[in-house]
Design a protein around this ligand. Structure first.
Ligand code: HEM
Ligand SMILES: *[C@@H]1O[C@H](CO)[C@@H](O)[C@H](O)[C@H]1NC(C)=O
Length: 499
């Protein structure tokens, strides 16, 4: 008893403080909050969370309405699940909601949340966004990277062609997921650093492997789940492993990116004149004239954010588009007919052709509608009190805009859960019922680039190969299962392989 008494005393104080805190937060409870499911003390609604989060939030909104309020431990969360409320968030409230919530992982992996995706709204973020728009995503820049996109897509076609060579004239089974991922990672990484991390001409296999691992770990720690320690600091004692892992990863990541920069610096010194082909080279040359702004940290952060934001999103879109086409042979047939009539089998589709291929574009849109890669966008946070749907939303509230839920709203979409690219034919994407890239200030800056890559790659695959699913019933693709398909080269493939 003796030994435990100081602890009893301490825990008594702890509970007293906790009661006081709960009582005062109850007194301070703002009026007219959005509807909320019953919560439990301290945890709030944390116990309701099951992954995947967008589905949990969707089913809560089915019972409590299109604007609901939740508490994740000590944090207030508002979930938006209607186009109308989303519109309010991205127009009147766009500025108020232009912040991002922070977490243990974003602080440690995102250079103290200063990288583009995570920075609070303000001068620093505006500058990063400007650099991005000018130096990476402007049409001039994107056009200058076109040879990279062409080359990687062509390599994908040639690899597929090689796999089918053992059974000429017949269908061959191929696995697509890893091929898509490798193509996209190569496109983004080559644009940033000039390196290829997969396939032939890979400069350093070990480096490539370690980079891929880091990216998937980052995604897992930032968007892959909910870390309870972010919501109740006392739980951090229980989840020591998580924090150790994140810290270790953050150190590895920083060393990796720093090495990358040093390499570019060294090679430009050695070569006399600087090569300005890659983004990192380009940012380093800006560093010479404006060293106070284009710091190493800014360059490292931008490099990381491009790879993290651009690779898995584009890859899953490619995978789902292909898997929808395999299970909807009529859509596939229509896409092939469109390609045949607009381009034919003499020369390979190029980026400028995409504008002439509306059905292909609609396939990509319909895929993004049913399977938005960022189902609840990237969380926003309010910097001031505001109102959404007539309810009060206090400052410092995390706001999830559940695009997944809006994209499947039966009031907005006919036969909402079916794959029907035709539905986009009459321009039926009223701004706020379709928002896979978000809207407003924080919307995805990579949309144009993603559209170019995905449409061109998908168009090339349909132009150059015949496809069918491995089973007659069509396939569905549960997560973690490989995407397999049967393919057979078309006439044009022989022509491409010759060159
Ligand atoms: C199919 C592909 C993609 C989808 C669906 C997608 C989706 C999104 C979404 C939903 C957001 C958050 C919007 C919001 O907060 O309201 C976002 C932000 C962002 N995306 Fe993308 N994205 C894609 C491709 C890319 C690519 C290719 C890049 C770069 C190479 C990229 C870079 C970024 C960055 C840097 C942000 C943060 C912007 C900010 O916070 O200011 N994304 N993206
Ligand atoms: C931390 O990393 C180890 C080994 O890398 C892994 O086994 C463990 O599951 C990770 N823990 C968490 C909470 O992520």
């Amino acid at each position: 008893m003796e030994a435990s008494s100081p602890y009893t005393f301490l825990s008594l104080i702890f509970f007293l403080l906790l009661t006081l805190k709960l009582f005062s937060s109850w007194l301070k409870q703002p009026k007219n909050l959005p509807p909320s499911p019953p919560s439990i003390p301290i945890l709030g609604h944390l116990h309701l969370i099951k992954l995947p989060l967008h589905r949990t939030l969707h089913s809560l909104s089915q019972s409590y309405g299109p604007v609901i309020s939740l508490r994740f431990g000590s944090r207030r969360v508002v979930v938006i699940s209607s186009a109308e409320a989303a519109k309010e968030c991205c127009t009147e409230n766009d500025l108020v909601l232009a912040n991002r919530p922070t977490s243990f992982a974003t602080k440690h992996l995102g250079y103290d949340s200063t990288v583009l995706t995570l920075a609070s709204y303000g001068d620093h973020w505006r500058n990063l966004r400007r650099i991005c728009t000018l130096e990476i995503f402007s049409s001039t820049r994107l056009n200058s990277f076109l040879p990279i996109r062409r080359d990687e897509i062509k390599r994908l076609l040639l690899t597929l062609n090689k796999r089918t060579s053992s059974s000429p004239g017949d269908f061959t089974k191929v696995e697509l997921r890893s091929m898509f991922l490798e193509m996209i990672v190569n496109i983004v990484v080559r644009m940033m650093t000039g390196k290829r991390y997969y396939g032939e001409d890979v400069t350093n296999v070990e480096e490539a492997r370690s980079f891929r691992e880091m990216i998937s770990e980052i995604l897992q720690y930032t968007f892959g789940g909910v870390y309870p320690g972010d919501f109740l600091s006392i739980l951090r004692l229980v989840f020591r492993d998580y924090e150790k892992n994140v810290s270790r990863l953050s150190k590895r990541l920083n060393e990796f990116l720093q090495n990358l920069i040093e390499e570019h610096r060294a090679s430009s010194k050695k070569g006399g004149g600087r090569s300005t082909d890659t983004m990192v080279d380009h940012l380093l040359s800006l560093q010479e004239t404006q060293p106070e702004y284009y710091t190493d940290e800014i360059i490292k952060g931008l490099t990381m954010v491009m790879v993290v934001g651009g690779t898995d999103t584009s890859t899953t879109t490619m995978e789902w588009a292909m898997s929808f086409l395999l299970s909807n042979p009529n859509s596939l047939k229509r896409a092939a007919e469109e390609l045949d009539s607009v381009i034919g089998q003499e020369c390979l589709i190029d980026e400028t052709d995409i504008a002439k291929l509306p059905y292909l574009q609609n396939i990509v849109s319909e895929t993004l509608r049913l399977k938005p890669p960022a189902p609840f966008l990237v969380p926003h946070m309010s910097s001031e009190d505001c109102t959404i749907g007539g309810y009060n939303v206090p400052r410092q509230t995390t706001v999830f805009i559940n695009a997944w839920s809006i994209h499947r709203d039966p009031n907005l979409w006919d036969d909402a859960t079916s794959f029907k690219p035709e539905r986009f034919e009459n321009g039926d994407d009223g701004q706020f019922k379709f928002l896979p890239f978000g809207r407003g200030r924080r919307a995805c800056p990579g949309e144009d680039m993603a559209q170019r890559v995905i449409n061109l790659a998908l168009g090339s695959l349909i132009q150059c190969f015949e496809w069918k699913s491995i089973s007659e019933e069509g396939i569905n693709m549960p997560k973690g299962v490989q995407l397999e398909a049967m393919c057979k080269p078309r006439k044009i493939m022989a022509r491409i392989a010759e060159h």
